[in-house]
Design a protein around this ligand. Structure first.
Ligand SMILES: Cc1cn([C@H]2C[C@H](O)[C@@H](COP(=O)(O)OP(=O)(O)OP(=O)(O)O)O2)c(=O)[nH]c1=O
Length: 196
């Protein structure tokens, strides 16, 4: 069965990554409340949001003729969740906090169909270089941090700020391709690659 799904995401990065593995998709908006619960761990948070995005979008369809894929990404430093910056000052302060240390990027994915919802989590450790004021100010001025968790995009200019990663590049970018292929294959689609 060749892969055709609904993508419950407005993120151009997720669309680009899905295209990369030859999955055809129809985009659905996935507007949900993204507030963090009190004392909620970052991994639990992204899993809850990915599940909710997929379920809400599937629930709006009159006929679930194709499965619905959703994802959620967050950055976590010393247990603190860093979502998308509210403005440029917030982006500056996030980058100053991440500068010179390792942090984690969690991306959860969820696939909702008439058989229920399957979820999977990808966690990657990322080392950001030590950044001086001018570097952070120039990066913030580029506008790239605005719509990205942790105020950077590894796939863009932000790639110049990242020294190392241990984990999944596509997971940091917003859609872990290994885990995505596993869920799609478990559903019954023919996706080439290794199984787990
Ligand atoms: C850390 C990091 C995040 N991001 C992006 C991925 C996500 O789009 C965004 C995190 O926000 P999300 O809330 O996960 O997703 P979204 O609001 O962009 O899209 P949707 O809910 O419609 O699916 O941060 C990058 O593009 N590169 C990076 O290196």
């Amino acid at each position: 069965m060749s892969p055709r799904i609904y993508l419950a995401s407005r993120s151009p990065r997720r669309a680009e990554l899905l295209q990369q593995i030859g999955v055809e998709f129809v985009v659905l908006p996935s507007d949900i409340d993204e507030s963090v619960y009190n004392a909620e761990a970052a991994a639990d948070y992204v899993l809850r949001l990915a599940r909710e995005k997929a379920k809400v979008c599937a629930g709006r369809l009159t006929d679930i003729d194709m499965p619905v894929l959703a994802a959620d990404t967050t950055v976590c430093l010393d247990g603190c969740i860093l979502g998308k910056p509210e403005n440029d000052a917030d982006a500056y302060s996030m980058l100053a906090t991440l500068s010179g240390s390792w942090h984690e990027v969690h991306t959860a994915i969820a696939l909702a169909s008439d058989r229920g919802v399957e979820v999977s989590l990808s966690t990657t450790r990322v080392k950001m270089a030590s950044l001086g004021h001018d570097v952070i100010a120039a990066y913030v001025a580029s506008g790239e941090p605005r719509d990205k968790a942790g105020a950077y995009g590894i796939q863009g200019l932000g790639g110049t700020l990242i020294e190392r990663i241990e984990g999944s590049y596509s997971g940091v970018m917003g859609l872990p391709l290994f885990e995505t292929a596993v869920l799609l294959r478990n559903y019954g689609f023919a996706i080439p690659g290794a199984s787990r």
